[in-house]
Design a protein around this ligand. Structure first.
Ligand code: NDP
Length: 686
């Protein structure tokens, strides 16, 4: 049952800490399946300049005061709260035309994306406010002048202008990264489905989890907002290429070099490999995937398969198999039990799609479906924006620009035949840059050639076959950890991609100076910075431990007996440790050498403090390098320095990274690595 049985509600904007209604009557938004009015939208009277300033000042300041882990915790709390309220969003979503399965992608997919950013932020970012990028760049021989790249949050606001097709996911996949980065945001959803975004923002604000100014919403037109964007702001856009181009060239965006991410039309392709003939598992998987991509969200998905590229000899069988499958998917009322495909978002949108199908018919013939003959499985065919799936075939795809240019944003795809794999890849590239392409093959050579040929023109390439059939997330699913965006026609933008998406809202800066200054700025010890000795640093809890706390150990000689004992004990009898003649013949060694892992083990024996204490566990090493061979009779000594301290939120311990340098009697560095430990916040524990 739809929740929209009473008078349409007036949508409000949330700006400058208040919910406000527009001053005009508002434009009615209609239920996609029934045509009933759902809401009225209007943003007249909103002071857009003040809203941007409110976000930058209030929200930015509060978010920047938090560490990455604080912000990750905030996203997690928010995501969990939204999940508790999900049924309310599902009910509201029916009016957009989304079936339960469609709404799952938008609602739970969106909340899941927010939660993934929360958990990746906790695991992949430090519990600090400055993020390091890469290693220290030594700029002087005596380590008195070095450089470190750092990321800091932009001090502006992120403005997200979104499309109508994913009112929840479209917002959540964008705010996860900007909030984690420490940047506030303002959402401008597409009017057509803004009532669902408004409801979710209303619930998010009511939780009180977000600081004031971190999240604002404009329901309706953005008015003169873009005139007020400044040098530290970022604008993201999802929608039509036409609007995108207009916004990208907006005077204030150009003059202030405002970061502008665009995700627009994308003629995504899927290739059936030459090996995937009818009767193979890949052929069946391909048919299922194309049909699914055409009908999920009634094909109103930026990643949907628009071009179906198949070996010429297989196109007839393919058209038949797809036609049969699509024929079973009639659109219907999304609230009715068993409806597999809902209507398009609006009558305007259906007319738009019918127009695009006509454009395609100039170069292609319809082989399944009829855009003018609506057959519904439920609901009233005259009241909803229903459209049955339409499959076309274009016999000469190299001579038909329209199939590579015209995006019919609905349940519409065109089959394009190819004669060689090179041709298939070339056809996919004719889309002039897309969000995603896929290839279905069980042949490694086909997969390699296709993936490498497709990659420069796509943000994501999925290889489908029998091995991943059960676990594949599919052609059309953007994932929080993977890049979403594509070059050229797809807009040239890049969203998500795990922490890559977070960095989009941060500025990378090279900081140069004396190491002690770099350490002061970053909070991470670097070679040449101050170090202090005293109590063994393993005796110190996080409450006492300081960056630069250092231990210089006693020295230990490495003998032939040690190496042979280690070799026989572990089974590592590699010739370079055991056979002098063979070792000497090796270009790297003058004689038998000690095992690298023996050096690391001796180093641990030298630096460890054996008694129960605040160091709780050793959980690994990073960047281990064995730099100089260790021969029998050499003497090892370790310098262990506290490099980075990451207290964990809501836990009684944190991570400590130690710089570990092992030298020989000639002061040559024989091994260098980071030792990773868990250390108690206080010791003895209460
Ligand atoms: P639009 O480009 O018209 O709108 C996208 C967003 O931009 C909406 O929020 C819209 O707001 C806003 N907008 C429109 N004009 C302006 C302006 N002058 N200044 C600031 N914001 C503006 O796209 P639609 O959502 O209507 O979709 C149209 C077509 O775009 C689809 O048929 C499809 O072809 C394509 N599309 C592509 C997608 C993709 O990711 N590849 C996703 C969605 C659509 P408002 O709604 O209030 O006008």
């Amino acid at each position: 049952m739809s929740v929209h049985t009473s008078a349409p509600r007036r949508l409000q904007s949330f700006v400058c800490g208040e919910w406000t209604s527009g001053t005009k009557d508002g434009v009615p938004l209609l239920n996609a399946a029934t045509g009933a009015p759902v809401a009225l939208i209007d943003s007249t009277g909103v002071d857009f300049a003040a809203a941007l300033e409110w976000g930058r000042d209030k929200g930015g300041r509060a978010l920047r005061a938090m560490s990455f882990h604080d912000r990750a915790g905030m996203l997690k709390a928010l995501g969990l709260k939204l999940m508790e309220m999900k049924e309310e969003f599902y009910a509201e979503s029916l009016a957009t035309g989304a079936t339960r399965a469609d709404a799952w992608i938008d609602i739970e997919g969106g909340i899941g994306t927010l939660l993934t950013f929360a958990s990746k932020g906790r695991r992949e970012l430090p519990n600090t406010r400055v993020l390091l990028d890469g290693d220290v760049e030594p700029l002087s021989k005596d380590a008195s002048f070095s450089a470190q790249h750092i990321y800091t949050p932009l001090q502006g606001i992120a403005i997200h202008i979104n499309a109508f097709n994913f009112p929840c996911w479209g917002m959540l996949e964008k705010i996860g990264p900007n909030l984690l980065a420490g940047v506030p945001c303002l959402i401008k959803p597409a009017s057509q489905t803004a009532y669902l975004t408004e409801l979710m923002v209303r619930r998010m604000i009511a939780t009180g989890i977000l600081p004031d100014g971190a999240l604002q919403l404009v329901s309706g037109s953005v008015g003169d907002m873009l005139d007020h964007v400044g040098v530290q702001d970022a604008v993201t856009f999802t929608g039509s290429a036409w609007t995108g181009r207009k916004l990208r060239t907006h005077k204030a965006i150009v003059e202030n070099s405002v970061r502008f991410t665009m995700e627009a039309d994308s003629l995504n392709a899927s290739i059936l490999g030459p090996d995937a003939a009818p009767g193979t598992e890949e052929f069946d998987l391909f048919v299922r995937e194309v049909a699914r991509e055409m009908t999920v969200k009634a094909g109103q998905k930026c990643t949907a398969i628009r071009r179906v590229i198949a070996p010429r000899s297989m196109t007839e069988a393919l058209a038949k198999a797809l036609g049969d499958r699509l024929g079973k998917t009639a659109p219907g009322d999304p609230s009715a039990e068993g409806t597999r495909m809902g209507p398009l978002a609006s009558f305007d949108q259906r007319e738009e799609v019918r127009g695009r199908i006509k454009d395609l018919q100039a170069v292609a013939e319809i082989v399944a479906g009829n855009p003018d003959d609506v057959r519904v499985s439920s609901g009233d065919a005259t009241k909803g924006a229903f459209l049955n799936p339409v499959l076309l075939y274009c016999d000469k795809p190299f001579a038909a620009d329209a199939v590579h240019d015209v995006e019919a944003f609905g349940p519409v795809s065109t089959i394009l035949p190819y004669d060689t794999l090179d041709e298939a890849v070339e056809l996919a590239r004719r889309g002039k840059g897309s969000l995603v392409a896929s290839v279905f093959t069980n042949d490694k050579a086909v997969a390699t050639e296709a993936a490498i040929g497709l990659a420069p023109f796509h943000g994501r390439v999925m290889i489908g076959n029998r091995l991943s059939a059960k676990t594949s997330t599919g052609h059309g699913s953007p994932l929080a950890g993977l890049v979403h965006g594509g070059p050229g026609r797809a807009g040239g933008g890049e969203e998500m991609g795990g922490m890559r998406g977070v960095k989009h809202y941060m500025q990378r800066t090279a900081i140069q100076g004396a190491p002690r200054m770099l350490t002061a700025v970053t909070g991470v010890w670097v070679e040449g910075a101050d170090a202090q000795s005293g109590v063994h640093p393993f005796r110190k809890s996080l409450a006492e431990l300081q960056i630069g706390d250092q231990l210089i150990t006693a020295a230990r000689k490495v003998t032939l007996e040690d190496v042979e004992h280690f070799a026989n004990f572990t089974g590592d009898t590699f010739y370079a440790h055991m056979n002098a003649e063979a070792a000497k013949a090796n270009p790297f060694f003058d004689d038998r050498v000690a095992h690298g892992y023996l050096i690391a083990s001796f180093a641990a024996g030298l630096f460890v403090e054996p008694n129960p204490g605040p160091v709780l566990a050793n959980y690994g090493v990073d960047n281990m390098r064995f730099l100089t061979p260790v021969y029998f009779g050499d003497t090892l000594q370790v310098r262990l320095t506290c490099k980075e301290i990451n207290p964990r939120a809501n836990a009684d311990h944190g991570e400590v990274r130690w710089d570990c340098q092992v030298t020989n009697q000639k002061a040559e560095v024989v091994a260098q690595y980071d030792v990773l430990t868990m250390v108690a916040k206080v010791w003895p524990t209460a």
